[in-house]
Write a protein that binds this ligand. Structure first.
Ligand code: SF4
Length: 323
């Protein structure tokens, strides 16, 4: 497993870097896809900003020759699987994901051997090798829709996120869904006590909770009467913040999302459920590394053909099934 990186250095002066990156992007016929958890200056520069599902769909639709993925490694692998004719670059190859590393292909194969008739549903936060052993992929945006699309009589092996799997089992009411015990160290650390304190400090706020969070179960029982609470993907939180008449929101996910929420809703207030919910892997990506990636044409992410062909099937199902 990749060691968890140290906190990033101070933010750089961005204007000269921005100009350099824009010129390189045009020269290389490149676009930048950024995840909602990326630092603000990178979101502001990117051609597309969204969750994993939106990034996958944009990767497929983009006419550009080069895709620079400002996110973590499995997101670049997903783009490489979906877009074999494009060159996919990640600015820092060490940008991994503790959740993706919580299950290996060997562990999936062994689990499948114990449940030979089960359908395997993998969260997109997995390696290409794990996807190649899966029947469906999903994101937090469409996990419920994916599970509901599967014959209710079939057993399901849901991996690797325990909290998302438990949420899906709760929402769908499925009893034949087995959940792997994996977690994202950032979301798992958003604890119920801290969130409850924020709720007490901001009466009337709406609670937006990501289903990967360790506080999800408690959050469902927590809201005092009249306080709305929603379990949503990051893009779902963006949509809810626009739609809701509330003016204050407590947001339980990685804090990078607050940049976009505040930018799109300048008249509303967004409070992190936990100030320290910072993904060190996401923050390995910097403007300098994006510049170097474009300038040096590095670091290319490629998936071996045999794995790519098999992993494409569950990924195409994921992209096709609703949000
Ligand atoms: S926030 Fe968690 S799930 Fe998302 S990339 Fe970081 S470690 Fe992985």
């Amino acid at each position: 497993m990749n060691p968890i990186p140290d906190a990033p250095a101070a933010a750089p002066d961005v204007s000269a870097l921005r100009e350099e990156i824009l010129a390189l992007k045009a020269a290389r016929d490149a676009v930048i896809l950024a995840h909602n958890y990326q630092p603000g200056p990178i979101q502001d520069l990117a051609d597309y900003v969204g969750d994993s599902l939106a990034m996958a769909r944009w990767a497929q639709r983009s006419p550009a020759r080069v895709l620079v993925v400002a996110g973590v490694h499995f997101m670049a692998e997903t783009a490489a699987i979906l877009c074999p004719d494009k060159r996919v670059l990640i600015p820092d190859p060490e940008a991994g994901c503790s959740l993706a590393e919580s299950i290996t292909a060997e562990q999936v194969a062994a689990w499948k051997a114990e449940h030979p008739d089960a359908v395997v549903v993998s969260y997109v936060n997995t390696s290409a090798a794990v996807k190649a052993l899966s029947d469906y992929c999903c994101t937090s945006s469409n996990a419920v829709a994916v599970v509901e699309a599967i014959d209710p009589e079939r057993e399901i092996l849901f991996l690797p996120d325990f909290y998302l799997g438990s949420h899906v089992a709760r929402v769908t009411g499925r009893k034949n869904l087995h959940v792997w015990w994996g977690e994202c160290h950032v979301h798992a650390a958003i604890d119920p006590e801290t969130m409850a304190a924020k709720v007490a400090q901001h009466p009337g706020a709406e609670l937006l909770v990501h289903p990967e969070c360790g506080c999800t179960t408690r959050a469902l029982a927590l809201p005092p009467e009249g306080v709305p609470m929603q379990v949503l993907s990051t893009d779902g939180m963006i949509a809810e913040s626009r739609r809701s008449p509330r003016t204050t929101f407590i947001v339980a996910t990685e804090v990078g999302l607050l940049h976009r929420l505040r930018k799109e809703n300048p008249d509303k207030t967004f409070v992190p459920a936990q100030d320290e919910a910072v993904c060190p892997f996401m923050n390995l990506i910097t403007l300098e590394k994006i510049r170097d990636s474009l300038r040096e044409d590095r670091y290319a992410v490629e998936v071996p053909a045999a794995i790519r062909e098999r992993a494409l099937i569950p990924l195409e199902r994921m992209v096709a099934i609703g949000r």
